[in-house]
Design a protein around this ligand. Structure first.
Ligand code: GLN
Length: 289
């Protein structure tokens, strides 16, 4: 019997295939994919690099590499992404949690330093739950309502809540802010509203990285012709959803902070200066009611 390729050979072949697909960090990604295909840690892969890989591992590796070559996000292939040091299950029904969004968590912690408060938190477009579930972990007496138009996303958020131990303090609702009456159907009022709504201009979505443009949910990206459609809807409802003195914090894209501030100001919410993410982009705007 002819021995199959070694683990090291699989790593090299995968790195070559990923490079040809225009991907960076190919050694790193190849190791993650092989670790997943083989069920081995990075240390074990190094220790066994010269061993022939079992046929099943070779076949799985071919499948996973093919998906990545088609620029499916690593997070969907691995089924998980870390956010704020916590593990979040993800699927193509939810946006992949991004480090930029941790800026929103930091802003909340600064504005509301008393961690024991029984905050009532609303997350519009809850997705994987990375924002809301992280906040429920940081505020042990808080309760949360997470809304998403995607039933598949709500299932993922619910699973993550179970894993993170916050399910008893969470309510999940399938509803769509494009449907009349949505705000009135929520169990408000809330002390804090958070949202990372879709904010990409419709016409520019296809210019984004293929991982985003071809694989992430359109519902979570498409902010309408000027990218600001969701903010208009959320801002109009915010004063009715948030207690006087309560807060709304929203994430936005590069160059949008001024427009977002204007939209919420016009709705009667008082903006704070935008907060920058680690890349220097004004990422989060906070408003007080
Ligand atoms: N941050 C995402 C991106 O750039 C967009 C997410 C969103 O629209 N909320 O690709």
């Amino acid at each position: 019997m002819v021995a199959g390729p070694t683990y090291d050979a699989l790593l090299r072949d995968t790195a070559v295939a990923l490079t040809a697909a225009g991907i960076d960090n190919v050694r790193f990604e190849a190791r993650l994919l092989l670790g997943r295909a083989a069920g081995l840690s990075v240390e074990q892969l190094v220790a066994h690099g010269g061993d022939p890989a079992p046929a099943g591992v070779v076949a799985t590796m071919r499948e996973l590499t093919g998906r990545r070559v088609r620029r499916e996000p690593m997070a969907y292939i691995l089924g998980e992404r870390e956010f704020w040091g916590l593990p979040f299950k993800v699927s193509p029904a939810v946006l992949v949690p991004r480090p930029d969004s941790e800026t929103l968590i930091e802003t909340v912690l600064d504005l509301l330093p008393e961690r024991e408060r029984p905050l009532r938190i609303l997350d519009l477009g809850v997705g994987s739950g990375c924002l809301l579930l992280t906040l429920l972990r940081e505020y042990p007496n808080a309760t949360g309502t997470g809304v998403d138009a995607s039933p598949e996303a709500v299932v993922i958020a619910g699973e993550n809540a179970g894993t993170l131990g916050v399910a008893p303090r969470l309510r999940l609702v399938v509803d769509d802010w494009r449907r009349a009456g949505w705000a009135g159907r929520l169990d408000g009022p809330f002390d804090l509203l958070v949202s990372n709504p879709p904010y990409i201009e419709t016409s520019t979505i296809m210019t984004l990285m293929p991982e985003v443009a071809n694989h992430e949910p359109r519902l979570a990206l498409d902010g309408g012709p000027d990218g600001l459609e969701a903010y208009r809807i959320i801002a109009a409802a915010a004063p009715g959803l948030i207690v006087p003195g309560g807060w709304a914090l929203v994430e936005g894209g590069e160059g949008q902070a001024i427009d977002i501030s204007r939209i919420f100001s016009a709705a009667g919410m008082s903006p704070r200066p935008p907060r920058k993410d680690l890349g220097g982009v004004e990422r989060v705007v906070a408003f007080q009611h």
